[in-house]
Design a protein around this ligand. Structure first.
Ligand code: GLY
Length: 376
């Protein structure tokens, strides 16, 4: 029975990755050098607003994942994906000094980090280090957090996915100050944005004069005191990464408590509503990108736990979410749809990318599939 499940999962996941490759090949042939964000009626190219420029690493990140997938199975397309991955990653180098976004982890951990894993070229590591140093400049001593792109007094849960690049730069250079910035930011986020039940707030606001915490708030969630599912998924994954770098058990505990909230509050198939506390009708709107991030985060977290039973449970839950995404949300049945996964939500309030494909959803879906297939 178990063997049968493994074989069906393997076939399902392989076919999803291969569908993803087809979609991405079409996109890069139709619109060379274009980095998408979210679709409108299934099409990547449109005039819709970006809100903030945080997504340019995800398409190249997918290209690196395809390279790795092909390399592991000694596929014939390894070089094709590598050439494309390099072509799409190179132009991002200038962003290593970008002070306008808090997203340098998203941009560089999915691209230059993967590139450096392949060729160990110190020039590529230097880009990662520079990006980590730039992100650390957002640190506010008063309040002890990396400020979000919106304002000086604002801390976002999303930054937990970016702080890893500061840990990376600290480890590569031995710079204790950088490590301290990363640890303090994560401790502040844990204290102010993660609640006792493992749910998370999207944003925290501080008094910039005194550094005192003022209140929780949101931009993309339902309410300040609700749990926006993608924010929770960022926390689940991001605190796991913090634990990997710091080995501080508090961060593992936090990742687990966010994971447990995600699992116990999601429907049986593991695909979460866009906000866990939205009114009943609105909760029918799912966010498949939150599910893809949670799946990938759970697979990673499962390797970090001391308790093998819980590790096994997280691994199997990650697989269960992937199964649901493949079976119910893949865009393969919709002719002309350009994304890989349907049913993502970017910004409901601003009406951007609602029930569409979103490039980070596709990225973390492929990341999780590739990870799972390495072990099945
Ligand atoms: N800005 C990150 C997100 O939409 O999740």
């Amino acid at each position: 029975m178990i063997q049968f499940q493994l074989e069906t999962d393997k076939a399902l996941f392989e076919s999803a990755i291969q569908f993803g490759q087809k979609q991405v090949k079409k996109l890069i042939e139709k619109s060379p050098d274009f980095c998408p964000m979210y679709t409108q009626k299934g099409k990547w190219k449109h005039e819709g607003a970006a809100w903030t420029h945080w997504c340019d690493g995800f398409l190249p990140g997918i290209l690196w994942l395809f390279r790795r997938y092909e390399a592991d199975r000694e596929g014939k397309d390894v070089d094709y994906w590598k050439v494309q991955a390099i072509r799409y990653s190179k132009p991002l180098e200038v962003r290593k000094n970008d002070r306008d976004v808090h997203d340098l982890g998203f941009i560089f951990l999915s691209t230059y980090y993967r590139w450096y894993q392949v060729d160990r070229n110190p020039e590529h590591e230097a880009v990662l280090i520079e990006a980590g140093k730039t992100l650390a400049l957002r640190f506010r001593e008063k309040g002890q957090y990396l400020r979000s792109f919106v304002s000086e007094d604002s801390l976002f849960i999303d930054i937990m996915m970016n702080v890893g690049i500061i840990f990376y730069a600290a480890r590569a250079t031995g710079d204790k100050h950088l490590r301290e910035v990363a640890v303090r930011h994560a401790l502040t986020t844990r204290r102010m944005l993660v609640r006792g039940d493992g749910s998370t707030a999207h944003e925290g606001l501080f008094d910039t004069t005194t550094g005192e915490f003022v209140r929780q708030a949101t931009h993309q969630g339902y309410r300040a005191d609700s749990c926006w599912s993608r924010g929770l998924a960022w926390a689940l994954y991001g605190f796991g990464t913090c634990y990997e770098y710091s080995r501080d058990p508090h961060f593992l505990e936090t990742a687990e408590s966010c994971a447990d909230y995600y699992i116990t509050h999601s429907p049986a198939d593991g695909v979460a509503p866009w906000d866990f506390n939205a009114p009943t009708e609105s909760r029918k709107l799912l966010d498949t990108s939150a599910a893809a991030i949670a799946a990938s985060g759970l697979l990673r977290l499962s390797r970090l736990l001391q308790d093998p039973v819980k590790g096994h449970f997280y691994w199997n839950t990650g697989l269960r979410i992937l199964r649901s995404l493949c079976e119910k949300h893949l865009a393969d049945k919709e002719k002309g749809w350009e994304g890989i996964l349907k049913g993502g939500v970017y910004h409901l309030d601003k009406k951007l990318g609602v029930n569409e494909s979103v490039i980070w959803g596709d990225h973390f879906f492929i990341e999780a599939l590739e990870h799972a297939l390495r072990h099945l």
